[in-house]
Design a binder for this molecule. Structure first.
Ligand code: ADP
Ligand code: MG
Length: 370
């Protein structure tokens, strides 16, 4: 069978889709990047996706329209990555498509999670077997359905003796702590809370830009300790793992309620600076009790130097990006879904019960033949 896989990741930031075409070594944890394509979403599409992430009217029709629109972009990005790698369709074993999460409610009697971006259309347009819907089976097995990237982090980044942590800073941030593989203790991992989601939302509201590029706005402001305490008071942060969250929890309304509670005006830049501290402190406070000896950052948040500095100064151990381990920080998540597709086709489980809380390891995903 071909050893090439395509991984598609569209995270909670809804900024665009990353498509990677990769090859995995059969006998050791090693990945070779053949091509990468990033397809940013038009602003109107991003707006409609973000709108669908919070409860509203006529959601099924709005979702149905977005299913197709996203799938066409996913398929085009896959084909572009395949061509850039100089490959024929038959060279690619499968596409692993995470999809776009529009709702994530992993707890309670009606737990569910929903990722859209019609996989039938991806298979139809690309002519390549598509694996999608990775999270549902873990939820069916009693897990959170998230995070799913830790198994890949362990496979690729695990070290024989050192405890390593991988921190993915997407819209939501998640951590994976991998004990030295010789120690045989379980991998830990969970969503720590907002990564860039609130930074993007606040910047958008006050500057009209989709993000606070390079943290320029945050750097102009002063962190407000009282607001930070109000933000950190949310019960999610103190809750024990397994836990996962989504954009529907950490919204601008969530922030507005706490600003109102503060009862005084703060400069826009100071709110932004405080949001940077919220992301940095909730990550560092999640990591510290798990005693990582080295920390590696990935995800779009690594492009925000103010955020990276805030995280680094709160940790007493070396902090790098995953580039230090040979994988571009922007490519870790899409590569993880290419790898998860391989695990599915190989009949191997992709979830880690020590992370998601599932009753057992399960084979993830649904298959849409070529
Ligand atoms: N130059 C930059 N300055 C600040 N933030 C950035 C920059 N580049 C990317 N980002 C942040 O990264 C996010 C995208 O990260 P990504 O890992 O794709 O997240 P997700 O997985 O949620 O889609 C953007 O929404 C933005 O917040
Ligand atoms: Mg993204």
């Amino acid at each position: 069978m071909s050893h090439y896989y395509i991984g598609l990741m569209s995270g909670t930031s809804a900024d665009g889709v990353d498509a990677v075409c990769v090859r995995f070594a059969e006998d050791m944890p090693s990945i070779t990047l053949a091509a990468h394509r990033y397809e940013p979403y038009p602003e109107s599409l991003r707006q409609r996706l973000l709108a669908l992430m919070v409860p509203g009217a006529n959601e099924i029709d709005r979702m149905g329209a977005l299913e197709g629109e996203l799938a066409e972009i996913f398929a085009a990005a896959s084909t572009a990555a395949r061509r850039a790698a100089g490959l024929a369709r038959t060279d690619v074993a499968a596409i692993g498509s995470h999809g776009q999460t529009v709702r994530h409610r992993p707890s309670g009697p009606h737990a569910f999670t929903l990722q859209i971006g019609d996989p039938a259309r991806i298979a139809e347009r690309t002519g390549i077997l598509t694996v999608s819907d990775f999270r549902r089976r873990d939820i069916a097995a009693g897990g959170q359905g998230a995070p799913l990237v830790p198994a890949f982090h362990q496979w690729l980044f695990g070290h024989a003796t050192k405890t390593r942590a991988i921190v993915n800073i997407g819209g939501i941030a998640n951590i994976t702590v991998i004990p030295g593989t010789d120690a045989k203790s379980p991998v830990r991992g969970f969503d720590t809370g907002p990564g860039n989601a609130l930074l993007d939302a606040w910047a958008r509201q006050h500057t009209g830009e989709a993000q606070d590029t390079n943290g320029v706005l945050a750097a102009r402001g002063c962190m407000d300790p009282e607001l930070l305490a109000l933000l950190k008071d949310d019960p999610y942060f103190a809750a024990p793992p397994p836990k996962s969250t989504g954009r529907e929890h950490f919204t601008l309304q969530w922030l507005a309620a706490r600003l109102q509670h503060l009862g005084r005006d703060l400069e826009v830049a100071c709110v932004q600076a405080t949001l940077v501290c919220l992301t940095a402190e909730t990550i560092s406070e999640a990591l510290t009790p798990l005693h990582p000896e080295e920390v590696f950052l990935c995800g779009g948040g690594t492009a925000n130097p103010v955020l990276v500095a805030a995280i680094t100064e709160r940790l007493a151990v070396p902090v790098h990006t995953t580039a230090h381990l040979g994988l571009d920080p922007q490519l870790v998540e899409p590569a993880a879904f290419a790898w998860l597709a391989r695990e599915t086709l190989s009949g191997r489980p992709g979830n880690l019960p020590s992370v998601t809380g599932a009753r057992r390891p399960v084979i993830l995903g649904a298959l849409y033949p070529a």
